[in-house]
Ligand binder design. Sequence first.
Ligand code: SF4
Length: 338
Amino acid sequence: MASQKNQFRATLTNWYHENGRALPWRQTRDPYAILVSEFMLQQTQVVAVIPYYNKWLRRFPDFSALACASENDVLHAWQGLGYYARARNLHATAKIIVDRHGGHFPEAIDQMRQLPGIGKYTAHAVATFAFDQSVPIVEANTARVLARIFNLQIPIDKTAGREILWNRATQLVPKRGAARFNSALVDLGALTCLPRKPKCRICPVRKFCRATNPKILPLKKARPCTRRLTENHAFVVRENKILLERSGNRWRGMWILPPLKTRTCPEREPNGSTINGPIYRSIFPFTHHRVALNVYRRRPRKIDVSSQRWIRIPSLDRMPIPSPHRRAIKNLLTARRT
Ligand code: SF4
């Protein structure tokens, strides 16, 4: 059994040596850079993360630079990656590292897990990739690979399934060279053991794999249905300025077109005509929702000074604005000019 495990590890890491991806966060052992990559990779694909990661490290090269930055700058740099709680948590973590840990990221997993936004997976990822600790990681790629290799017939997103996965991963991780082994397992999932079309014929660990029908694995509990939401916002411009509102909800801290409580009341123009339909519509996904964004033209009026502000149009590029609203603003301002 032990020798089979060793054979599996050796086969996998040899394959990785030849085929592994040269990702930018694999060229460093700096816990800050690795933490940034892990936060960005939650919910976001590698190809989308790479340019953000490189730009982020140029802008905020270490915990101290990030801790000193304003929330506005942090959200602006994250703009387009979505799930902005990650950026806020990373910012909060940087402040704690500077204030309470003298700028040094802790090596102990239980200390890491007390930091904002750092759960079991992220703590283990930093422990293994930055400090080469012999700990397992279970994320989407490794979960799929392990579920297939061990032919797990249990939903992996339920407590029991998650526990089994972590146990199996713990049994496999080597005492030395854990970072390389874990990277290899991730890359096997990303390059060979693909979700819908696993490339079993060229898989380096095929002889160890017990999956009888890999395409149906891993099993997952039924997904909640996608819910539809409609959100109505106002497009209000005055001379060279646009009215924006600081979001207190989904995009907390970012600037959005002011929400409309109702859209049912048509506005009257000075000439008596009414403004009825939306001047812009789009649909964007958000977790388990499909959100219909409707934007209505509204005339300037008294604003809520606690959350709203007139922004000069040339300054918009410097404001953190979530992508669906930035697209709407760009589109409407372009239409206004033409
Ligand atoms: S043999 Fe197929 S299912 Fe098994 S690990 Fe390799 S690619 Fe995945």
